[in-house]
Design a protein around this ligand. Sequence first.
Ligand code: AP5
Ligand code: MG
Length: 213
Amino acid sequence: MNIILFGPPGAGKGTQAQFIVKKHNYFQLSTGNLLRDEAKFNTPLGSQIENLISNGEFVKDEIVNTLMRKCLNNLKFRDRIIFDGYPRNIEQAKNLEVILAEFKQDIGHTIFLNVSKKTIEKRIMGRVTCEKCNMTFNEYFNKDQIDLHPCGIKHLKKRKDDNLDVVIARYDIYMKSTKPILDYYSKKTNFTEIDGSLEIEQITSKINDILKV
Ligand code: AP5
Ligand code: MG
């Protein structure tokens, strides 16, 4: 089944998605990762995306929706997608319905990782991300794993949008534009809210229960 991992910036969506991918052979469809890849190209579109992300602003719906359509069109992702960071506003939620129907797909479960602003700030300020494999670690919470990372520590970098001002801006946009779409998903039966302030392993275990393994 396809899953939406929903939550504010720093809630742990990427971290949990990576566990699901490994254990259950899923595909992580992170719009943030797709956009960061696009931003690496030295094109006007790449620079435009880079600018928006660095300031914590949303990239235009039409750009994100096009990326989404490309992925859903790929048969190898069928019924095994974790949506991480999408949809992020009402328009994107509507668009997702349309393209899912078009590709005869649906959402099997929506998981909301609920975390406070204070926790998020600390998590994001301590985050380092591997530029080779996209794994994320934390200088405050799992420093021991940083040293053991197989790609080597030289590839572990801070994201440009991981500074306090931008985190606050991203959180505000989340509260204004993204959180309201929870009203829609939380009314569906296949919706679970998880306390995102729990330990990483405790959250993974709750998600595994949902995936019935
Ligand atoms: P995106 O990359 O999606 O960023 P985000 O939504 O702000 O979320 P994050 O990736 O910051 O956090 P996360 O929930 O994945 O947490 P993580 O697992 O890393 O988007 C970036 C930008 O791209 C957006 O701002 C926007 O500009 C653009 N964009 C993306 N999608 C878009 C869309 N659909 N439309 C328009 N624009 C879009 O964890 C964070 C840290 O905490 C890590 O260090 C981790 O090790 C640690 N951690 C995780 N869980 C725990 C735990 N339980 N306990 C302790 N530490 C933990
Ligand atoms: Mg992420």
